[in-house]
Design a protein around this ligand. Structure first.
Ligand SMILES: [Zn+2]
Length: 496
């Protein structure tokens, strides 16, 4: 295939203006384009098939489709992603340049620095705004305040051919995992993400090297990951609080939180220590503080419980080191705490640890805040998936682990629900011969409860999904919001 000369010029102009290149690099960039796309040359024609102001990403998508049609590159999702990342790498400054400019912008303000880096991540399509726009987002009003629902439609599905190829691919140990810093600039393969256009900001948290990057399929504004430069397992301990607070001091306009460090109650990656951060205000941030109390030995720290489906202790102080001490005290007490009357148990008979926390830090009203969400990962005969995990009757909406983002009141629900909820709605409006499978009982309950018509069906189903998610969080809560549960929570607070 031949590349349209006008498009090449448009792309080269952007590589010069945004990347590391100068005018004299034009022919060199043109030849990189030919190499990456397996193209033979450049046309004489000057008329561009795209608008004059087409972005480098738009040109890239156009060329990839053309290259597939002309059999220059293989038609497969991972091949597309590798070619895309390589092309857009050309409009991305190299890591040392980005890090230097980030530090320079930081001298103006932390916000200028993150804005600078975020613009690059969007421009080079590392953050996939177009895909994220496919997600369905809405809010549902509950007794805990508004909660957020996201039906995740942003991640492209791997086709059967790629899945088969990935199965046959030899195991590789480089990079060790998807979070490792060795992904910066990595080509990718059938089993590993294409990262040629990926850049990492170097951070120092409490004297240790960490990396900062945006998340390609963001669940909220400026969703980003902070990860250890070492491939070491997740661990929530005193150092976690130290690191979270250090990050908040450096980037007070972002929140930061960590997933739990034991199975069933945390995120999907336990093998590499990392946190999640970003600019979003979550439903839990706005939860009402109910019972306020003091913790002996930490007079500067204000403590409270929250009106929230999960069990949270919020600590606030101007004094960050005392706050860290207090948080460590609460965590240590929780990690050893058992209360048979509410099925809470710190260790199994064999000595396996069941308790941990999900910590979240933010800076608000000139105070440092740490939210400590109490977690317990026991299973039982009655609840083999987890006692404090979504129970069977709500798993048709959410059966995965309840991680940091859900804990804070933002449901990330599987894409399959888009189609399934359409079917539920058709059924509620009287369609027969629909096999609703796991949703049948729920749909029949709605039929009993509501007078449903075409005007209100969307609202009713949207809200009911929200109520199910509320139940999911209540299942994950260790102290239930009942008189009995609150009394048990009070007993734990009394030992602090
Ligand atoms: Zn790793």
């Amino acid at each position: 295939m031949l590349l349209n000369q006008q498009l090449v010029q448009q792309f080269v102009a952007q590589a010069i203006s945004f990347g590391d290149y100068e005018q004299e690099d034009s022919i060199y960039i043109q030849n990189q384009l030919l190499r990456i796309l397996n193209a033979r040359g450049v046309t004489e024609a000057l008329k561009s098939p795209l608008a004059k102001d087409a972005t480098a990403n738009e040109i890239t998508q156009y060329w990839i489709n053309e290259a597939i049609n002309e059999n220059c590159i293989e038609d497969g999702l991972y091949v597309r992603e590798i070619v895309e990342a390589q092309l857009l790498d050309l409009i991305t400054p190299r890591p040392s340049v980005i890090n230097r400019k980030f530090r320079e912008a930081y001298e103006q303000s932390p916000e200028m620095a993150t804005n600078y880096f975020y613009e690059i991540a969007k421009r080079n399509h590392y953050v996939k705004e177009d895909a994220i726009a496919n997600n369905i987002n809405y809010e549902v009003d509950t007794e805990y305040g508004d909660i957020e629902i996201t039906i995740n439609l942003s991640k492209p599905e791997k086709d059967a051919k790629q899945i088969a190829k990935a199965k046959a691919a030899p195991a590789t140990e480089y990079p060790k995992c998807a979070l490792c810093i060795e992904n910066e600039g990595f080509q990718g393969s059938v089993t590993q993400a294409a990262r040629a256009n990926h850049r990492v900001i170097r951070l120092n948290l409490d004297g240790q090297p960490w990396g900062f990057q945006y998340s390609p399929y963001a669940y909220f504004l400026e969703h980003s990951i902070v990860f250890s430069e070492q491939h070491v397992p997740m661990e929530v301990n005193k150092q976690t609080f130290v690191n979270l607070i250090d990050f908040i001091k450096k980037f007070p306009h972002y929140f930061i939180g960590s997933n739990a460090d034991i199975p069933l109650v945390g995120g999907s990656i336990l093998s590499h220590n990392h946190y999640q951060t970003g600019r979003h205000v979550f439903p839990m941030d706005n939860a009402t503080e109910i019972e306020k109390f003091n913790i002996t030995d930490f007079p500067s720290v204000e403590a409270s419980t929250l009106n929230w489906p999960m069990s949270v202790i919020r600590l606030k102080s101007k004094n960050s080191s005392e706050l860290i001490q207090a948080a460590t005290h609460v965590m240590t007490q929780w990690n050893q705490y058992s209360d048979n009357s509410v099925d809470i148990k710190a260790y199994s008979k064999e000595g396996e640890r069941h308790h941990t926390i999900t910590p979240i830090a933010r800076y608000r009203d000139e105070l440092y805040e740490l939210d400590i969400v109490l977690r317990d990962n026991q299973t039982s005969m009655e609840f083999p998936d987890g006692i404090f995990h979504p129970h069977k009757d709500v798993q048709h909406i959410k059966k995965e682990n309840i991680g940091l983002i859900e804990v804070m009141g933002t449901a990330i629900l599987p894409g399959r629900l888009k189609e399934e909820l359409q079917q539920v709605k058709s059924y509620l409006l009287g369609a027969v011969h629909i096999n609703l499978g796991v949703h049948k009982q729920w749909a029949d309950d709605m039929k009993q409860t509501y007078d449903i018509d075409t005007d209100n069906v969307n609202k009713i189903v949207d809200n009911e999904v929200g109520y199910k998610f509320k139940r999911v969080l209540e299942d994950a809560g260790v102290f239930k919001n009942t008189k009995f549960g609150r009394a048990a929570f009070k007993r734990f607070i009394d030992i602090l």
